[in-house]
Design a protein around this ligand. Structure first.
Ligand code: FUB
Length: 319
C-alpha cells in the first residue's frame, strides 16, 4: 500500500509539474497563439497586445504593432525570444494602423515562415467595406533561418489574399495550404517557396453565414482534417470545429470545443498541437485585464479525442 501511495504521489507531482499554470505568459499581453513543435521544444507564435495612447490606432480597440515568439521544453518555463517583427519593418504595411493581428509561424525544409495580417499602406483609399471583418487587410510573409528570427519580410503582401488570420497547414506529401478569413473562410495551395499561391483561392462555403467567423486553424490526425475556428454564437466567440477527408474540404460541422467566454472576453483564438504524445489546445482570455478585453493572455489546456476522433469539449482552466 505504501509503495502504491508513493507511486501515486510521484505521478501527481510529475503530472502537475509537467503542465504550466495559466496564463502562460505573465509579463506582457499576448493573444492568438499558434503553437508548433520545433525540435524538442514547443514554440508559440503570438499576437502582442499593447496599450496605445489616443493618437495611435483606433481608440479603445486592438493596438498591435509587433510580434514576439516564445518557447518552452516543459510547458511551464517560457522563454521570450523578443520582438521578431514590427509594423515599422514591413514595407507594405500601414505603420500607423497598429493592426498586426493574429499570425502563424511554420517550418519547411529548414526555413521558418511567419505569416501575418496588417492593414496595407493606402487602405483608406481602397473603398473597403467596414461591414466585413478583415476587408482592408492584406497578409504577408517574413522568412528566417531560425524560429526566433531575425525574420525578413517580403516586399509585397501575398497576391490574391485579402483578409486576416492566416494559417498554414503542411500535409504529409509536403503540400502546404494557406487559410484565411474575410467573412468567409478561404483556402488555397501554397507554392513550394511558401511565398505565393499555387492555386486560386476557394471559398470554404460549408460554414454558416450568420455570426462572425475568423481564426481558421487546420490540423490532421489519423487521416481526418480538422478545421477549428472561433464563431460568435450569441455574445462572444466560441471555438467550433468541422472535419473533412481533404485539406480543402468539404468540411462537416462537428461541434463546439470551447464555449463562449464566462467573463465576456469577446475574442478567442486557438491552435492544436501534439507535444510529447499529448494533444494541447492553445487559446487566449482576458485573465489579466478583466475590464478591457483587447488586452489578452495566452492559455493552454490538454485536449482529448473520443474513440471516433471527435474532440471532447474543454473547460478553460482560468485562474
Ligand atoms: O487579435 C486581433 C484579432 O482578434 C484576431 O485577428 C482575431 O482572430 C481575434 O482574436
Amino acid at each position: 500500500l505504501t509503495s502504491h501511495l508513493i507511486l501515486s504521489l510521484l505521478f501527481l507531482f510529475i503530472f502537475q509539474t509537467s503542465f504550466g499554470q495559466n496564463p502562460l505568459i505573465r509579463d506582457q499581453f499576448t493573444a492568438d497563439p499558434t503553437a508548433r513543435v520545433i525540435g524538442d521544444k514547443i514554440f508559440i507564435f503570438a499576437s502582442h497586445d499593447i496599450k496605445c495612447d489616443s493618437t495611435q490606432g483606433r481608440p479603445n480597440w486592438f493596438c498591435m504593432e509587433d510580434y514576439h515568439v516564445f518557447s518552452s521544453s516543459n510547458l511551464t518555463d517560457w522563454e521570450d525570444h523578443g520582438m521578431i517583427l514590427s509594423q515599422y519593418q514591413v514595407p507594405w504595411a500601414d505603420s500607423e494602423s497598429f493592426s498586426m493581428w493574429a499570425p502563424d509561424g511554420i517550418e519547411k525544409d529548414g526555413k521558418y515562415y511567419f505569416y501575418f495580417p496588417s492593414k496595407a499602406k493606402g487602405h483608406h483609399l481602397e473603398g473597403h467595406n467596414p461591414e466585413i471583418n478583415g476587408s482592408s487587410f492584406k497578409i504577408g510573409v517574413a522568412i528566417a533561418d531560425s524560429p526566433d528570427g531575425p525574420y525578413v519580410p517580403e516586399e509585397h503582401p501575398i497576391a490574391k489574399v485579402d483578409g486576416i488570420d492566416p494559417n498554414v497547414f503542411i500535409d504529409h506529401d509536403g503540400q502546404a495550404y494557406l487559410y484565411w478569413s474575410q467573412h468567409h473562410f478561404y483556402g488555397a495551395k501554397l507554392s513550394s517557396n511558401m511565398k505565393e499561391l499555387e492555386s486560386d483561392p476557394i471559398v470554404l462555403s460549408q460554414f454558416p453565414d450568420e455570426g462572425l467567423k475568423e481564426g481558421p486553424f487546420v490540423f490532421e490526425r489519423n487521416g481526418i482534417y480538422y478545421m477549428t475556428y472561433p464563431h460568435v454564437a450569441n455574445n462572444t466567440e466560441r471555438i467550433e470545429y468541422a472535419t473533412a477527408d481533404n485539406p480543402l474540404g468539404p468540411f462537416t460541422f462537428q461541434g463546439v470545443i470551447m464555449d463562449e467566454s464566462p467573463t465576456d472576453c469577446w475574442t478567442n483564438h486557438q491552435s492544436v498541437v501534439n507535444f510529447q504524445n499529448q494533444w494541447y489546445f492553445f487559446y487566449h482570455h482576458n485573465e489579466y485585464s478583466p475590464d478591457f478585453d483587447k488586452n489578452r493572455s495566452v492559455m493552454a489546456d490538454s485536449l482529448f479525442f473520443d474513440e471516433n476522433g471527435l474532440i471532447k469539449k474543454i473547460t478553460p482552466s482560468l485562474r
